[in-house]
Structure formats: C-alpha cells, structure tokens
Design a binder for this molecule. Structure first.
Ligand code: NAP
Length: 284
C-alpha cells in the first residue's frame, strides 16, 4: 500500500509558516490584503472563493470579496481591476475563473497588474516561470512541488510524466519540474501510446479532469502518483483522475482526493499573497 501524501496536513504547515510571517509584518505595521473577484453564481466557484476566504482568515490575511452579478460587463470588471491595481492597500488580486462567456478571460488576466497577480497567470509571470526566475508560481503546480519537497521526494533525474497541458496546471507543472532537473514528458488528448508513456514515469501527475482516468495498468510499480483532478464520480462523490483504490496498491506514494493537491493550491495562494506584500514593501 502506497504512502499517502497528506495535502491537508502539509497545507496546514505551509499556512502556519505564512501566518508567522504575516504576524511579523503586522509588527512593522504592514497589513496583507487579497482582493477576490467572483462574477456570477457558479456553485463550484463559490465554494472555492469561500475556501480562499477561510484560508485568509486562518493566516491573518485581510480579504476583500467582490461578488459581481453574472451580467457584469467586461468594461465594468476591467474598471474594478484597474481600481484594485492602483490601490496600495491591496497586495494581491484574484479573479475566479471561469468567467461568464461574454467576458474575455485573456483580457482580464492581462489587466491584473503582474505585481499583484497571485495566480501567476499573467503572461509576464508565465515568462518568468519559463526562464526559472520567478516571484509567483501558479498555485496548483507550486502546491505539487511543495508536497514533493516536504515529503522528501527528490525530483532531480526522475522521469516525470504529466497528463494534461493546460495553462494553469500541465504546462507550468512541466516548467517547474524541468527547473528542478526532472526529465519531463507532457501528454494530452492527442498523445499516442499514453499507457506506455505513463508506465515509464517515476512521477506521474494527472491533470485531465476525468474520474478514474489513470488506472493501475498505467502505473509502474513504486511510482509516485500525484492526482490534480477534481471530479464527481457516478455517485456524485468528489474524486480525482486516478483510480485510487487500485493505484494505491502499486504506487510508492499517492495523493488522495479530497485532501491532496486541492488544499495545497489554497495554501500556495496565501504564500503568493504574502510574497506580493513583501515585494511591494521592498522586503524582497
Ligand atoms: P483542462 O484545461 O480541461 O485540461 C485537461 C487536459 O487533459 C488537456 O490538456 C487535455 O488535452 C488533457 N486530456 C483530456 N483528455 C485526455 C485523454 N483522453 N488523454 C490524455 N489527455 C487528455 O483542465 P485543467 O484546468 O488543467 O484541470 C485538470 C483537472 O484538475 C480538473 O479536474 C480540474 O478540476 C483539476 N484542477 C484541480 C486543481 C486543484 O487545486 N486540485 C486546480 C486546477 C484544476 P488537450 O490539451 O489535448 O485537450
């Protein structure tokens, strides 16, 4: 049976570290503030925003929530972002995705000041990640790296196979793994021989968005399996992309869903907000 990488526990440790630094900043009269924008009534987005708010409370970060109606125009949203960009009391800005169809996500991402872009989606920050010289790392792949590090798993020299190539998970995860000297293969829906490639992975990262997509026959004995997926199975239960029951019999380490990468993502958002505040106060 694989060792479970407990994201809930590791995320608490990360948040504890952030909390200590926030307290130290308060002693210097520096407050840390995250502005979270949500447009519309998407239930999943509301849960995510609620969890982010709770994490802010737990770490001592002030949070400002802007819940805008679904018919908010793109111009109104961009106007709010510009206002927050120019507000020195706001250190980080996050606009919860997905946005309603009439709003251009790319324009929204590009409007958030790169210095307050705690999601690290702005092209300027993406460029910094590619050259390995960054302030912010995208929260989910950064959470994966933090989990591996705190579990004592060495990445250097390992073959890391990532299934999924999205801009928010797969691609930045590949860049971070490469920056840590792993040998990286990125797979996607057009990949031929996916199973054979997965079987060569020392570290297998699943970011597909399909329940039970990674089955035990795709996993090498004693591989490390990181499940980024968040799905609902046929019974409506939260699950990842990996067939946890079967794969955990084969892997050396595995992340569960829930309680794996999800809580790490939020902890890394807190860390990014702290970093933004330190940078804006010339402390780094
Ligand atoms: P996405 O943008 O939909 O990307 C999914 C990726 O999977 C795409 O690159 C797609 O390939 C690939 N794919 C789809 N079918 C495939 C197949 N049959 N074989 C191989 N690859 C296939 O999703 P995402 O935003 O990266 O999210 C992925 C999952 O992670 C979702 O379940 C999401 O909810 C979850 N997630 C979790 C967190 C967290 O905090 N834990 C954060 C973000 C996302 P193509 O590019 O060829 O279409």
């Amino acid at each position: 049976m694989a060792q479970i990488i407990d994201g809930k526990n590791i995320s608490s440790l990360v948040k504890e570290d952030v909390k200590k630094e926030i307290e130290a900043l308060k002693q210097q009269n520096i407050k840390v503030c995250l502005a979270v924008i949500i447009v519309g009534d998407d239930p999943a987005s509301k849960v995510y925003v609620g969890n982010k708010k709770k994490a802010c409370e737990a770490t001592g970060i002030e949070s400002l929530e802007y819940a805008l109606p679904a018919d908010t125009t793109e111009e109104e949203l961009l106007c709010l972002i510009e206002k927050l960009n120019n507000d020195p009391a706001v250190n980080g800005i996050l606009c919860q995705l997905p946005l309603p169809k009439h709003i251009n996500e790319k324009r929204v991402i590009n409007t958030i000041s790169a210095k307050k872009d705690v999601d690290a989606f702005h092209p300027e920050n993406v460029g910094h990640i590619m050259i390995g010289d960054y302030t912010f790392l995208p929260c989910t792949p950064a959470g994966v790296m933090e989990m591996l590090e705190r579990t004592g798993i060495e990445v250097q020299g390992k073959h890391c196979v990532i299934v999924g190539r999205s801009n928010i998970v797969g691609k930045p995860a590949a860049a971070l793994m490469l920056n840590k000297s792993a040998t990286v293969t990125v797979c996607h829906s057009k990949t031929v021989n996916l199973k054979e490639i997965c079987l060569t992975a020392d570290i297998l990262i699943a970011a597909v968005g399909r329940a039970n997509f990674i089955t035990a026959d795709m996993v090498r004995q004693d591989a490390i399996v990181i499940d980024v997926g968040i799905n609902r199975n046929e019974q409506g239960k939260l699950c990842g992309d990996v067939d946890f029951e079967a794969v955990s019999q084969k892997a050396s380490h595995i992340t569960p869903v829930p309680g794996g990468v999800g809580p790490m993502t939020i902890a890394m958002l807190m860390k990014n907000t702290l970093t933004a505040a330190k940078q804006q106060n010339n402390l780094i």
